[in-house]
Design a protein around this ligand. Structure first.
Ligand SMILES: NC(=O)c1ccc[n+]([C@@H]2O[C@H](COP(=O)([O-])OP(=O)(O)OC[C@H]3O[C@@H](n4cnc5c(N)ncnc54)[C@H](OP(=O)(O)O)[C@@H]3O)[C@@H](O)[C@H]2O)c1
Length: 332
């Protein structure tokens, strides 16, 4: 089958199209013929050599798929060959065929295109997990989302608006993305390149701070994040684009009764991931079928242009998602 391989770690140029053996589903697994996938920032980190796949998962890049069920391993009875599915994989999405666990797949709503379906699993489930499943953001609370033009955070904005309409949404964005983030219907956009988000959050919340912060910057934002967090608030850490090590005043954390929680999705045990996906599907999938949420796609590339797609993601020139089409024969 056709797949993207990288013989070494490094810049986008280490990736190339190659012919590799098609995987065979083991007991309890599903083989999916992939129509489309999308580029996620963790793919970039893996390509650079800093995010290896969990043991047993494919070394091929790619964390989410949209396609049709092609074959079933022993004991799988939830799916039939030909079903249109989207879901998470531990690796291997940049390929014509990919292996998945049945509980990590969801039926694609009829109204959704393959391109849109390829954008749902990694970003919306990450946003749902780290806002609504834990720490349990409630309607009426205040949330700060960093990097409002990115894949996870455009998803987070849409989910907050749809699931908790009275949540006050504060978002940081780079100068060129401020207006587009504002157009998504958030309460306040802070241009982090022009202003201190800590000062802006203090002004916008009358010094109280927000209840939840979803952060992927890490060390560079740790102190400002904790200053922007209300008493009893939770800082959800899902990435370390701004460094992984920092110091911390534990006394302040204790006195303000704040929580810092880290979360990753990919290496979780199969059953735990199935439960997360099932909860996402029951609480949010209808929003996609009803057209209340439509994934924001910045650009669609054929798989062969994966180097271009990764370069665009690294430049942060995108707004929303970057899609890779693997099977262009299928009507999109
Ligand atoms: N833990 C998990 O389960 C999990 C799952 C998926 C993704 N992630 C992580 O989530 C993050 C986002 O992933 P993604 O796929 O959505 O990537 P993405 O589309 O590239 O989004 C990243 C965004 O961060 C913005 N940004 C960069 N520096 C910033 C700063 N100093 N302050 C505020 N925003 C900044 C970028 O835009 P500008 O540069 O224009 O501001 C860009 O919009 C990554 O760190 C990824 O590893 C974690």
């Amino acid at each position: 089958m056709k797949a993207i391989v990288n013989d070494s770690f490094g810049g986008p140029e280490v990736m190339r199209v190659a012919s590799v053996p098609e995987p065979t589903p083991g007991p309890g697994q599903v083989l999916v013929k992939v129509v489309a996938t999308s580029v996620n920032r963790p793919d970039v980190v893996q390509r650079q050599g800093n995010y290896p796949p969990p043991p047993g998962d494919s070394n091929i890049l790619g964390l989410e798929i949209a396609g049709t069920v092609a074959a079933l391993g022993d004991g799988v009875d939830q799916w039939r060959c030909g079903d249109r599915v989207m879901g998470l994989v531990g690796g291997g999405a940049y390929a014509e065929f990919s292996l998945a666990w049945p509980g990590h797949l969801m039926r694609i709503p009829e109204s959704m295109s393959w391109e849109q379906a390829a954008c749902v699993s990694e970003t919306y489930i990450t946003a749902h997990l780290n806002l609504f499943q834990f720490p349990g953001l409630l309607d009426g609370q205040q949330v700060l989302l960093h990097g409002g033009g990115g894949g996870v955070n455009t998803a987070a904005i849409q989910l907050c608006r749809a699931l908790a309409p009275s949540v006050k949404i504060l978002v940081t964005a780079s100068t060129t993305k401020v207006q587009r983030v504002r157009d998504l219907g958030v309460d306040h956009v802070i241009d982090y390149q022009q202003r201190s988000f800590q000062e802006e959050v203090a002004k916008l919340t009358d010094g109280r701070g927000v209840d939840v912060i979803l952060d992927h910057i890490g060390a560079a934002y740790l102190h400002a994040n904790l200053k922007s967090l209300a008493v009893n608030g939770t800082l959800m850490l899902i990435g370390v684009m701004g460094g992984a090590k920092s110091d911390l005043n534990l006394a302040q954390l204790m006195v303000k009764r704040q929580k810092i929680a880290g979360s990753v999705l990919r290496p979780r045990p199969v059953g735990e991931k199935s439960a997360i996906i099932s909860r996402f599907a029951s609480e949010a999938l209808e929003l996609f079928s009803d057209g209340k949420i439509i994934p924001l796609i910045h650009k669609v590339f054929p798989l062969e242009k994966v180097v271009e797609a990764h370069k665009l993601m690294e430049s942060s020139g995108h707004f929303g998602k970057l899609v890779l089409i693997i099977d262009s024969e299928v009507s999109l």
